[in-house]
Design a binder for this molecule. Sequence first.
Ligand code: MSP
Length: 511
Amino acid sequence: MTTRYYVTTPIFYVNGPPHLGHAYISIAADVMARWKRLDGFDVFFLTGTDEHGQKVEQAARAAGMDPQSFTDKISADFRDMSEKMGVSFDQWFRTTEERHKVSCTELWRRIKAAGDIYLGHYEGWYAVRDEAFYDEDELTSRPDGSKVAPSGAPVEWVREPSYFFRLSAFQDKLLSLYEEQPDFILPASRRNEVESFVRGGLRDLSISRTTFRWGIPVPEAPDHVMYVWLDALNNYVTACGFPDEAAANWKYWPADVHMVGKDIIRFHAVYWPAFLMSAGLLLPRRISSSGWWVAEGEKMSKSVGNVIEARELAATYGLDQVRYFLLREKPFGGDGSISHQAIVTRTNVDLANDLGNLAQRTLSLIARNCEGRLPAKGAATEADSDLLRSAEALPSLLREHLDRQVFHEGLEEVWKVIRAANAYIDHEAPWALRRTDTARMGTVLRVLVDTLRVIATVLQPFMPGSMARMLDQLGAPPAARWVAHLATPLPDGCALPAPQGVFPRYVEPVA
Ligand code: MSP
């Protein structure tokens, strides 16, 4: 029986074009999806765009477009970015699809039927940029007398009739959830923040707005549109076919992991489980939070003009180089700075020198000295067995780290083996054995090919294109590149294609 795995990205606001932050969370989720496919799971990988709400409506107006044409255009750009960055999603979701209206309407009905929705009046602070309500004590006053949210977003005072969700009734249930499932929120530092926020007491949440129209109408109250976060979060179940539990995708719910940025953890780890509990639906198993990237040490912002676009980065350094950098350079849950120098170092040291040269040296020795055929292994020395053992341990180490979204440590484990293989080739010196002991030379080269095969197999989720090329050169059959296929040795004597470098060095363009 195959086991299912459902992973999601946040759906992106279409108020402006995509940037590196969006690409980052998508690539991290993509690594999870590709890893699980490689490890034999039946994967459903969802991403898409969050198209309703005041912020998008305002952006459309500023662009002089009607909201639907505006969101069509920006959503297509996000989709293009995802495809160009190698994001292997199974479904592209848009909250303006008709099926989502049906799903949100039903979710609302269920929550209402549970007695958790009532009509009231909201009076308080709202930040359009965050699409979030704030309490007075969360805000900071600026010297000019204006107030800002913790995110730095400006707030405005709103007064309007509103439906409320009885969030206050879910405090104990949420606290027991965090206690019973300590990995529900990762990393642990975020879990603790969320827990203390909930412990501090929850107020009922305003879940409808009446001062603009760009949203899903509330059933039987068409002058209200649903709060954009209720609409957005529900994308994760709509995509599975909700409310049609006979739908083909329904089997994927509940999600195994919602990958999110740290700025939206509260919506996912507090509001979303509470909505689901109220509606009688199962809860996702994990909310995994990423930290933020800053550019050359500074927060990316349109006004500073330092916003990095992922597709441009890929055009400059190479797609796989960028994907590798993003997951290697900082822990997923922590913050990190992206700089030209840091990407060049990772490209030239980790990829071109450590891994690229190792493969190139091994494969060109085989091409020159073994008639381009995979040599057979003779009796193993301790050094051979040590290296092979460390390579064979990689799939389970990767499984352990990736199951907790600790990508950088998973990669470090792979690089430990790459470094050991480089030390091995230097020590065994197969180029010298050519004259003294060709059988031993064959064994050493074969140990290296077998080691490289495991390395390239487990690195496929991070660098799909380059690792496919490396596996081609190692003679691994294209249809047999899953983790399970590693148990079947490559056939002795199989002909290998002429070796070609996989990772070119980055060379500064001449001014
Ligand atoms: N629409 C909501 C999510 C709804 S999910 C049901 C949203 N969209 S967003 O487009 O503003 O942000 C999407 C993701 O991009 C967030 O997870 C956010 O953390 C991430 N990033 C935005 N800027 C970022 C960086 N500079 N660095 C890393 N990630 C950042 O929120």
